[in-house]
Design a protein around this ligand. Structure first.
Ligand code: UDP
Ligand code: MN
Length: 622
């Protein structure tokens, strides 16, 4: 899944040109409510936080659940496909599951508090022997996490129930749909794979879990062949499917989905741990409205110690995207004061690894773009498709699943980094309309990559009558600001004359962090960390994964959250590009200067180290 506050840029997120530039390529809902009125009716003026507030159980509404129309799944209405499958729950569903009805498939062996990692604690070996150090090193190399520690922790470990009280107190309405849990993997470690499987079996109610499908994407590690097959025989709901060749995460998931039989598809990565009560909230939201795609709160499992905590509902972050199409997390803005701890939260994007979706809605909405390869971009594609084509994407704060976040991918990427850029290009060309330019401006080399045939995906968008990307920006993610063309005075990289114009302004900020110092790095002409816009309002804007503005703090020049267009540009973010090629900070009257490999704010002088020259990005065809 796409990463946390951390580094998704890992894997193929190659470090090109040293430490600074990462290639992070790292239904219209039927406009009117459907017959059954279970769909959201998102008007153009609604904002994101109102979306999940639509009361599906509005007593003033006729009960139309008698018009049970699952067969009318793909009705064609004025040339557009309409999803009008009846929800399983309606306002008359008042029966609740008892605790015993929700007994998991398997019970967890009682934990011994002295076991390593028990209760979600981290485990560390204080003084590893030489042999242990060697094992630890090999584990990191093989899996990009501490496999030795992972092996020491029980595959049945108990996480404790650390959910908010409101979540613990919740009762779940009847009936809920069944789910198939689909876990795809390529050369996963035994300990993480098995702990993922057991955590599903030991937390998912028997009545709700139809099966666990493991899709082995042509792993070469020996233990994942016969040994795994023999092992899972004792776990009767677990099946293994093997792909004929390495097909990548996207196609492996499609293969798993095809083979599954549950009402809802639940995708997990192969290094997850489900916490008590994770499944019911996801399924209830879908039972109320099958056009909801619901993610658990994704908890960080530390890749070194395997510590895993539980986020309180108040601190849950939502998924966002930047113009380079990278995924990121952000705090929920304008959280409604009446939002309860157990209310689902709308999210502009999803991380991708962990989510539940009605199986019929998954196919109705075009499953995945099967022309995307290996990994990357598919989560943004699906997020845009869900919102723009009439669904909702949300995170349920009562559902918690841990995921081991790694700093690099331990597997090969057939096709290299271009694969991710190609996948992203498919997203930009199919879904972003005129805003695709924003992507190309930041990732100019994408223009040269062949995205393959897009006819089918464009047709899908047409058939579903999806809304525009402008609609998405306005209603779902208004913080992703696209400066209008007229506001951009100069965009591209900025070379420093004192450094013979070989070095450029560089954010060294592939994750869009706030408060990082601006630096210098060898100019590479490829945008990313070196792409800055000077606007008519006097800002120096930078957006690789997040919209940021340059703002000094003392003598440092930092990337901070932009104030405009929500408010006036503050003097602290106002710069003037002078006739002498200086960046003059309006509030302090000082100028940006290259000092060694850093950028500092200094009294203005005529020194060449204060002269900055604009250069268009290489390969850019603007
Ligand atoms: N995966 C796969 N085939 C691939 C690449 C990845 O089956 O070619 C699996 C991988 O084993 C994991 C899931 O897809 O279970 C997501 O990949 P990963 O965890 O590396 O992505 P991340 O969570 O780091 O985004
Ligand atoms: Mn993962």
């Amino acid at each position: 899944m796409r990463l946390t506050k951390r580094s998704r840029l890992k894997s193929v997120g190659l470090v090109l040109f040293g430490a600074t530039f990462y290639f992070v390529f790292l239904k219209r809902t039927p406009d009117k409510n459907t017959l059954l009125d279970f769909q959201r009716n998102v008007g153009d003026d609604n904002d994101v936080l109102q979306l999940d507030k639509k009361n599906l159980f509005d007593p003033d509404h006729e009960d139309e659940s008698v018009i049970n129309a699952p067969d009318a799944l793909q009705n064609v209405n004025a040339g557009k496909k309409v999803f009008n499958e009846a929800p399983m729950l309606n306002k008359y569903s008042h029966e609740f599951y008892t605790a015993s009805e929700l007994t998991p498939w398997r019970s967890k062996p009682l934990p011994s508090p002295s076991n390593p990692g028990e209760y979600g604690k981290g485990y560390k070996i204080d003084k590893p022997s030489e042999m242990e150090s060697q094992l630890i090193k090999e584990g990191w190399e093989r899996h990009a996490f501490n496999q030795h520690i992972c092996d020491k922790i029980s595959v049945h470990r108990y996480l404790g129930d650390k959910r908010d009280q409101e979540c613990k107190d919740r009762k779940w309405r009847k009936p809920l749909p069944t789910t198939s849990v689909i876990i795809v993997f390529h050369n996963e470690a035994w300990c993480t794979l098995l702990r993922t499987v057991y955590s599903v079996l030991e937390t998912s109610p028997k009545v709700l879990l139809k099966e666990v499908i493991l899709v082995d994407d042509s792993s070469t590690h020996e233990d994942l062949h016969e040994q795994l097959e023999e092992y899972v025989k004792q776990l009767d709901v677990v099946r293994i499917i093997r792909t004929p060749e390495r097909v990548g995460l996207i196609r492996a998931r499609l293969i798993g989905a095809e083979a599954s039989t549950g009402d809802v598809l639940t995708f997990l990565d192969a290094h997850c741990e489900c916490a008590t009560g994770w499944l019911e909230p996801l399924l209830e939201r879908i039972a109320e409205d099958p056009t909801r795609v619901v993610c658990p709160v994704i908890e960080v499992i530390d890749s070194d110690t395997f510590a895993m905590g539980i986020t309180s509902s108040r601190s849950v972050q939502v998924g966002i995207l930047g113009w380079s199409l990278g995924f990121n997390w952000a705090v929920q803005k304008n959280r409604p004061s009446n939002q309860a701890s157990d209310d689902a939260i709308s999210s502009p994007t999803m991380a991708g690894g962990l989510f539940s979706m009605s199986r019929s809605y998954f196919y109705f909405l075009g499953s995945y773009d099967d022309q995307m390869k290996v990994w990357g971009g598919e989560n943004i594609e699906m997020s845009l498709r869900i919102w723009m084509c009439g669904g909702t994407l949300e995170i349920h704060p009562c559902s918690h699943v841990g995921h081991v976040f790694r700093k690099r991918a331990p597997y090969t990427h057939p096709g290299g980094t271009d694969v991710i850029t190609r996948n992203n290009r498919r997203v930009a060309d199919v879904w972003m309309d005129e805003y695709s330019e924003q992507y190309y401006r930041r990732v100019p080399r994408a223009r040269k990559i062949d995205a393959g045939d897009l006819t089918e995906r464009k047709q899908l968008r047409e058939d579903l009558g999806c809304k525009s990307f402008a609609w998405y920006l306005k209603n779902i993610y208004p913080d992703l600001y696209a400066p209008p063309k007229d506001d951009i005075i100069m965009a591209g990289e900025w070379t420093n004359e004192g450094k013979s114009n070989q070095y450029c302004l560089d954010s060294a900020n592939p994750q869009g962090s706030i408060g990082l110092k601006t630096t210098l790095y060898v100019c590479h002409g490829m945008g990313g960390n070196q792409d800055y816009l000077l606007t008519r309002q006097g800002e120096i804007r930078h957006n690789f994964v997040k919209e940021l503005c340059l703002q000094p703090d003392g003598s440092s020049v930092l990337t901070k959250a932009c104030v405009y267009p929500q408010g006036q540009v503050p003097f602290s973010q106002m710069w003037e590009y002078t006739e002498n090629f200086q960046f003059l900070h309006v509030q302090t009257g000082h100028c940006m200067e290259a000092v060694d490999m850093t950028v500092l704010l200094k009294p203005c002088s005529s020194d060449a180290s204060q002269k900055w020259h604009h250069r268009e990005l290489k390969d850019s065809m603007r």
